[in-house]
Design a protein around this ligand. Sequence first.
Ligand code: C2O
Length: 544
Amino acid sequence: AEVHYHNFVVQATPVKRLCKTHKIITVNGQFPGPTLEVRNGDTLVINVVNQAKYNITLHWHGVRQLRTAWADGPSYVTQCPILPGGSYTYRFTIEDQEGTLWWHAHTSWLRATVYGALIIHPKEGSSYPFPKPQREVPIIIGEWWNTNPQTVLRTSMITGAAPNISDAFTINGQPGDLYNCSSSKETITIPVAAGETILLRFINAAMNIENFIAIAGHKMTVVSADASYTKPFTTTVLMMTPGQTTDVLVTMDQQPGRYYIAAQAYASAQGVPFDNTTTTAIIEYNGQPSTKGQGLLPKLPTLPAFNDTATATAFTAGIRSPSKVKLPEPVDEHLFFTVGLGLYNCKPNQICGGPNGTRFGASMNNVSFVMPRRLSILQAYFFGNPKVYTIDFPAFPPVQFDYTGNNISRALWQPVQGTRVYKLKYGSVVQLVMQGTNIFAGEDHPMHLHGYHFYVLAEGFGNFNAATDTAKFNLVDPPSRNTIGVPVNGWAVIRFVADNPGAWLMHCHLDNHLTWGLAMVFLVENGVGELQTLEPPPPDLPRC
Ligand code: C2O
């Protein structure tokens, strides 16, 4: 196994998109940031130097970080942020993971522009469980604002309203040529040869919306999701939530020409404004005339309607593990967490830009997560500072009712704020039902768990009913993932073994929801012996 050293300089860089130049935060001046390419078993040592004017941390999304929670990155959960002028070295080893992951900033809304691919090839001497593709290309979906995303966030925090929708989606940092004022120069082109098979590594790095993705004229065979191989299946459309990755094989079996890869919104909430634009990249067969003449324009794929929940959920349900899974059992912890938006009554002198003079909030089991400010949860746990968090995150909702009904009284459900964690014993088997709610609006919530993979046993609509829904669990070949979209007004059930000590954030990967408090933390205690114990913190771990 190899050790890969990288220097990541976080800095403000002028970038022009949609005819406007503004300074965005980048790593090494690149947008998207550098692609990290390693093999399973390798170690990464990434020295992050903060030359920007914002506090920052980086997160290696989906990396298990076994015993190295200090390198996970969410600010105030595993570390204090790297202050302007400061630096911190993230050091971690990839243990038994292969496929596509990614990295992104994990402080306020900096991940809007600070992200990149993390590609994990099979170990030296081993190979993919599918024919080796002739070409591999990472495809990162992003979301672009014509103004500073930090300002978009700050405005929404002050007003309590929903943040402005984005001005464009992007593919590998480029909006593509369907936008006003965008051109073929701002379109990613992927050259291909007729007949070859390529591996596209899709990463959804969008901020506040899920996406449908399709390629004109070409079918895709899904082979991996969230760096876990899947039973291959063929599809014409992908649905990806922010945080998810999907690897697909595509054979160039069409008439030589130009074909768009296109992505647009899957907007599961009703009547809520969203960015309804389309981003594109071009697959170009070799030997195409270099100027676009009549008839040479790329072909557009047909994408599902923005609210096509049936297609979205059918796609997700099609993802299975390649063979029979040995599920961890018996279950030690049966947990039930609601996930959803809510509305706060305003305090005097607050601006209330939300519906009917309220402010937006979000919660899990009625607790709206508050980030600590003085010390990270992991540091507080390790050094024994009991004032930073409390260990009373509830295992069940405080009241039961029809979570997905249309007329939920807000009086039933006024979120409380707190930095509450749920403690888990090393090695306990956790089964967690996540139930979407419909307080303000029902919406998909792409829930991401740091430090773990989990099996997705089932998903469904309406209120989870243990008596009847348990029979729907897939105990044979459930997929192993790190992010699952809890369906709009529905539920998802996951299972994992708490075999990685540390403080692990679980949150909605729609950043506006995370900002509103749709998060909680699992505090997993050390087990016995070195292999079950968190390593000591690195000497350069930032102090608050
Ligand atoms: Cu992709 Cu908490 O992160």
